[in-house]
Design a protein around this ligand. Structure first.
Ligand SMILES: *Cc1c(COP(=O)(O)O)cnc(C)c1O
Length: 463
């Protein structure tokens, strides 16, 4: 080691010196000795690194960085943020925000004991699943239902319980990857089933399924292709045809619907999609779907359908590994109960409200924000622009919703730097860059967040 460096390093304060100085003692009072010591060690090792590059820090600078380190650690890692991307079901941003109407029930269940697995009337052990089976039966027409961790888990449990060592028939056009390594062929195999591909990529006929059925066939599986579409010369049999074929051979027809559609969204100009109820009415024996996609509830996987099949899943030990906690049940039951009255659901489930917003409504929101910013001498250039938003969560991939954005730009900052500064605000604002401008999409910013967003934008530093 060169002498000079050795000298610098020997001048760095010791851990003990930093712990026992005035600032050190203040920090210990606030954060506890253990955390402060950790922060000191971290900061000193950084200071040594810097010293080797001839960047020398004195004790006050080191103390300032220790403070900064502790302050950053003070906050939670999981934080709320403002979604200005315009994508309603954004998996990276937590998918569906829950209805504010759930708050009361959430607090009740989270901070007290509850009858999660207790039958109050009988004074005995009960089942956690009973809290939602009634509602799910009522809303979907299914004879029975179960809830697991997410839809991926729902598909795994269904195949594990119903198709062990048996063939699972699936159209070649439905062998998709949903994302996050959820690939249907691999899921079938890892659930203990044998993949039996039917038809071709673009066309699969009912006769293709019929020919493939044999002694070892366990089920016919249909999978919603989610964020992928086949267009042009393509077709698959109707659910009714598949159901008739499956039932003639005593096989279950399983449909992974992905997004759980409970109400008709054609009213918002979205294309037709099969609802859960319709899929079951058309003859599916088991349907699976997510709780936090179009349903607008918490992360969960819902399995609904025939009693005999659901019963087999109930008996499978995998269910225990996939089970969800009381907070999920609280949020799911309260979300589902809103669907008892369609207008309750439409008025109170945030993602349904966002999907229903017209372009005019988004424009109005953008204009209000625009004029509020002008009134405060906002230093950035603001432009109102018509835009297009997507539903997200794998739903309606080819359909864009006409929206409206406030496009920000600066003569001194690049769009990339500006986008970065929006993320660094006390409540991060997540926005997208388009044509060298940062777009704040109005669709996904809740009415209640607009005032907050204004205040946040006024904190932006533009130098
Ligand atoms: C989204 C989706 C899944 C995965 O659901 P998660 O709830 O994210 O686990 C599985 N299948 C389809 C068709 C989907 O769209």
């Amino acid at each position: 080691m060169p002498n000079k460096l050795q000298q610098i390093l020997s001048h760095l304060p010791s851990v003990n010196a930093l712990l026992s100085c005035d600032t050190g003692r203040e920090l210990i009072d606030r954060y506890g000795r253990l955390k402060v010591k950790e922060a000191i060690k971290n900061t000193l090792s950084e200071a040594r690194q810097k010293a080797t590059k001839d960047q020398i820090e004195d004790t006050p600078a080191i103390l300032a960085r220790i403070k900064q380190f502790l302050k950053a650690e003070d906050g939670f890692s999981l934080r709320r943020l403002i979604n200005a991307t315009g994508t309603v079901l954004h998996t990276n941003l937590g998918r569906a925000p829950l209805s504010p109407l759930l708050k009361g029930q959430f607090l009740n269940i989270a901070f007290s004991y509850s009858n999660l697995e207790y039958n109050i009337a009988a004074g005995k052990r009960g089942s956690r699943y009973e809290h939602i089976t009634g509602l799910l039966k009522e809303l979907t027409g299914a004879k029975d239902a179960l809830v697991v961790n997410n839809n991926a888990a729902a598909v795994m449990l269904t195949l594990t319980a119903l198709c062990q060592n048996q063939q699972v028939l699936i159209s070649r056009g439905e062998l998709v990857e949903i994302g996050g390594n959820f690939r249907i062929p691999d899921v079938i195999c890892s659930s203990g089933g044998q993949l039996c591909e039917v038809g071709t990529t673009n066309k699969t006929h009912i006769e293709d399924y019929a020919r493939a059925i044999g002694e070892t066939t366990g089920a016919i599986l249909k999978v919603h292709t989610s964020n992928f579409r086949l267009i042009g010369f393509s077709s698959t049999p109707k659910i009714e045809e598949l159901a008739a074929l499956a039932h003639a051979h005593d096989l279950p027809l399983i449909y992974d619907l992905g997004s759980g559609l409970f109400i008709d969204l054609e009213r918002f100009g979205l294309p037709h999609e099969v609802s859960i109820k319709k899929a079951l009415e058309s003859g599916c024996d088991i349907v699976t779907f997510s709780g936090d996609k179009l349903l607008g509830g918490p992360q969960a996987g819902i399995i609904a359908g025939k009693k005999e099949y659901i019963e087999k899943m109930r008996q499978n030990q995998l269910l225990r590994a996939l089970r969800v906690d009381k907070l999920t049940f609280a949020a799911l039951e309260a979300t589902l109960s809103l669907y008892r009255d369609e207008s309750d659901a439409l008025n109170n489930i945030p993602i349904l409200k966002m999907l229903s917003l017209s372009q005019e409504h988004c424009e109005k929101k953008a204009k209000i924000l625009f004029s509020n910013l002008q009134n405060h001498d906002f230093p950035l250039k603001c432009e109102l622009v018509a835009s297009q938003n997507s539903v997200g969560g794998g739903a309606y991939p080819e359909h864009l919703l006409p929206g409206y954005a406030l496009a920000l730009s600066s003569p001194t900052l690049s769009a990339e730097r500006l986008e970065e500064r929006l993320r660094a605000l006390p409540i991060p604002v997540i926005a997208r860059i388009k044509n060298d401008r940062v777009h704040l999409e109005m669709r996904t910013i809740a009415e209640e967040e607009m005032g907050e967003l204004l205040n946040l934008l006024l904190l932006l530093k533009t130098d």
